[in-house]
Design a protein around this ligand. Structure first.
Ligand SMILES: C[S@@+](CC[C@H](N)C(=O)[O-])C[C@H]1O[C@@H](n2cnc3c(N)ncnc32)[C@H](O)[C@@H]1O
Length: 202
């Protein structure tokens, strides 16, 4: 699992005037906890496993600007994005994947289709359908699950890798509006940075 704090979120927030944080895959709520001090106007996070959702609800009970959702990110993202105006800038931390490492003891992830285990492509599709992302920053974590590249921290169990067409998909959907990078550090991430902030430079 990559850590959001590996990135300089304070600098990103300042440079791209980011005001809202949207996360898929809450797990124990660590990333939100780590950046609460940065005072985003809102933090929204969605988790598919009720145990983690309930724990996060308890953890963030005292924070009115943190909203936890229970459900499949692909279905829930429209509701999460609805209150955020297009002219506000979002930091997306897309970090949902359904593997045993993240499931509570005694619960098993079985007979689930691959598209549901690795929802990134469907998440990005839904986001693009529901929002003009031209000002938004994306960090999509754990790309080592999707791509065969020399990541700093390679996947221990290669059998869980999903060889999807995610790279071509991201390039086709984002390269007009964003600089797209594959960051090989940590567990690997796709980073999409809005091009319009560089209009006078590049
Ligand atoms: C890597 S952990 C998330 C870690 C967390 N984002 C953080 O930075 O601390 C992945 C989480 O995604 C959740 N998940 C998997 N598929 C999901 C989906 N379709 N919708 C919502 N959550 C999902 C898993 O249950 C797991 O808790």
């Amino acid at each position: 699992m990559g850590l959001l704090v590996n990135y300089n979120i304070r600098r990103l927030k300042e440079f791209y005037s980011l005001t809202h944080f949207v996360e898929t895959g809450t797990f124990k709520g660590k990333s939100i906890c780590d950046i609460l001090e940065l005072d985003f106007i809102s933090y929204s996070t969605v988790e598919i496993i009720p145990t983690w959702y309930q724990q996060a609800g308890t953890r963030f009970f005292l924070y009115p600007n943190v909203k936890c959702y229970l459900g499949d990110s692909v279905e829930t993202l429209p509701e999460m994005l609805e209150p955020i105006p297009d002219n506000e800038h979002i930091l997306f931390w897309l970090d949902a994947h359904l593997i045993n490492e993240y499931t509570p003891e005694n619960s098993e992830v079985e007979n689930i289709e691959e598209v549901n285990i690795f929802p990134l492509k469907r998440e990005l599709t839904v986001i693009l359908e529901n929002r003009d992302v031209v000002n938004d920053v994306f960090i999509c974590d754990d790309v080592r699950m999707y791509l065969n590249m020399p990541f700093e921290s390679p996947l221990p169990d290669k059998s869980s890798r999903c060889y999807s067409d995610i790279y071509n998909f991201i390039i086709s959907k984002f390269s007009e509006t964003h600089f797209v990078a594959v960051d090989l550090r940590y567990d690997g991430s796709f980073i999409m940075l809005p091009k319009k902030f560089f209009n006078n430079i590049l």
